[in-house]
Design a protein around this ligand. Structure first.
Ligand code: DUR
Ligand code: ZN
Length: 142
């Protein structure tokens, strides 16, 4: 996969997505932009719920938007939060990112000051449980 990553564009779109965040409980808006291997960018924001556990993060909403558009492979993910501290994806989102991104994929965080920090997915979630393990278990059984 050789998709050129336009970090400035991803940051802009992640910031725009954060403006749509529905976060009346945490007051912590988050926006995410992901680059699919098709070259298209998809975005998501966090959507909270009065039943707090019904909240979904910006990362998972961006991935869902891309999947419903037919995407399955991705090159990069950028999180935006309007605060000094750079925000990495939560644990649940790291697992969902691992379903579709390769271990060497860049996962980055940016903020309102224009700062950007990048990790690989493997740094954020080493030894991830991925679909390959399910395939192995199916093979053993059949
Ligand atoms: O990477 C993150 C971290 C948190 N949140 C959301 C969940 C909740 O709405 C709010 C506070 O945790 O921020 C995200 O969307 N992405
Ligand atoms: Zn999350």
């Amino acid at each position: 996969m050789n998709t050129t990553i336009d970090w400035a564009q991803l940051q802009l779109q992640a910031k725009a997505a954060s403006d749509q965040a529905y976060a009346p409980y945490s007051h912590f808006p988050v926006g995410v932009a992901i680059l699919a291997s098709s070259g298209r960018i998809y975005t998501g924001c966090n959507v909270e719920n009065a039943s707090y556990g019904g909240t979904t993060c910006a990362e998972r909403n961006a991935i869902a938007a891309a999947v419903v558009a037919g995407e399955r492979q991705f090159a990069a993910l950028v999180v935006y939060t309007p605060q000094d501290k750079l925000t990495p994806p939560c644990g649940i989102c790291r697992q969902v990112i691992a379903e579709f991104f390769t271990p060497d994929s860049p996962v980055a965080s940016c903020n309102h000051l224009g700062a950007l920090q990048s990790w690989t997915l493997a740094e954020l979630l080493p030894d991830a449980f991925t679909p390959t393990y399910l395939a192995a278990s199916t093979k053993v059984k059949s």
